[in-house]
Design a protein around this ligand. Sequence first.
Ligand code: GDP
Ligand code: MG
Length: 164
Amino acid sequence: MKPVIALVGRPNVGKSTLFNRLTSSRDAIVADFAGLTRDRHYGNGRQGRREYIVIDTGGFEPDAGEGSIYREMAKQTRQAVAESDVVIFVVDARGGISAQDHEIGQYLRRLGKPTILVANKAEGMTQGLQLVEFYELGLGEVIPVSGAHGQGIRTMLDLALEAI
Ligand code: GDP
Ligand code: MG
């Protein structure tokens, strides 16, 4: 059985960009608009001989009404987490911590599934200081990555696969 990695986090933090980095598939729509990816997407990836599956989340059904968008995203997140062996929880190193990050973080902490916390968009940041606030989430070390620039991806993947 291939290990399954779920990418979760609020809209626009860069989950689909990381999905594209981690997989050879180009299924996820990388959007310049928050929340445009409309489905969960599954992709295959490989590191050396180790193969894995990645689930991207954050979309909603095209016909979901305005009020149900957040409910739908929460449902997708729960489903993806349930299907996975390890969770990569993505936050935005530039946008800072938000109420939604706290909500998702609390959910993941309670669940107790192996979780790697990554701060995306961290390219060009002097490490440390700007990421300190994310330790509040209580999920351990904050790994700086840049999906757009391909930085920290290997470290993130190693930690995820080791955590299973
Ligand atoms: P998602 O909603 O979480 O799937 O986020 P996307 O992958 O669609 O990315 C949202 C926006 O953030 C897009 O405009 C991306 O180009 C941008 N983005 C993604 N990764 C990075 C990154 O590492 N650095 C920067 N600066 N922008 C990024
Ligand atoms: Mg997306």
